[in-house]
Design a protein around this ligand. Sequence first.
Ligand code: AMP
Length: 408
Amino acid sequence: MNILVLNSGSSSQKAAVYNAADSLGDDPQEPAWQGKIEWEGMHAQIDVRNEADTRLSEQVSAGSRQEATAQLLDSIWRGAAAILRGPSEIAIAGHRVVNGGREFREPAVITPEVKAAIERMAVLAPLHNRAELDGIEMVARKCGAVPQVAVFDTAFHARMPDAAAIYPGPYEWAEQGIRRFGFHGINHEYCAQRAARMLGKDLASLRLITCHLGNGCSLAAIRDGHSVDTTMGFTPVEGLMMGTRSGSVDPGILTHLMRRKNLSGEQIDETLNKKSGLLGISGLSGDMREIVAAMKQGNARARLAFEIFAHRLRSGIGAMAAVLGGVDALIFSAGIGENSAEVRARACETLDFLGVRLDATKNVRPALDADISGDGSPVRVLVIRAQEDWAIARECWRLTAKSRSRAI
Ligand code: AMP
């Protein structure tokens, strides 16, 4: 059974094919094929790799997002890196959908109603939900009536208690649907499940803090296998400092800028999403690798960016620990979380009072997935590789397994 996964971002489009011979077990497997498009100005860069390590790399005109996506999908069954004879060999397609609002607590088979709901939610996440809808259309065009599944990044947080989810503005906000949704739920949930397996414990017995630190960054506090708090909110701008996003800032700054500098909503959006965070403070880059390298060469603004990032991360972890009333494991994941020993070390530096102790040697070059806590550390510290595409494929498998068992 071949499962196609589409992961659409605002400036990139990833796709992967997983082959599930009998079942998809608990341990992640490598995709049989994976591809990515990155839009850079006037060009789209397409990179494809299959399980035999045949690679294709091609630059096409970025004219139409849909055409580039069509080309990416065609390379699954055409050309040197093809692994299938044709689109009819795809059994099911899964899509990461960033915002499922309050309507979706579970993955959903895409019907006209589900599509309409995703479209309604596009008001809240215009760049993402629009790209995801394009992906759904494209799969329908290429693969005909193949069943498609939406897996929502918000779903894992949908049971967050009202005290954590509702903003203390006027109550009408909550009535209008303005509340904290939280994001990165697919990876927070995957990390929680993986951590329980690594620790040999029942997930329901664990209090976990998962740190998804990539281009976007968020924390989740997980109890009984559910997210009970998270740092992102109504939009993915709230919470931690990120690559180009500010994270939480005093909303008074925004009204000040609107009044005094006449900034429009769009300009403020652009500032908070694209010109802030590591990039905004350093003036150099939103990439943590470049920040750390510049900091080591004595760049003061890169150091400041790093220090703000670490400070906010630590205070966020402290807040999540307080919500949980203690922690059993702290988990680092995604680009920065998996790769930056400096960030992990600084984040944990002051957390000894919580029982968080790192093994400095294991922290420097951890295997994935690894326990990097020091001997006798009351809180286990884990590094877990983000496996969003695999997690989406597994949800597709589970949904079809349910319908297969109903058919028997
Ligand atoms: P993701 O969104 O999970 O793909 O993460 C992307 C981000 O991870 C990049 O923008 C980098 O800031 C960060 N990253 C990747 N590799 C490293 C590394 N070796 N050290 C520090 N940060 C890294």
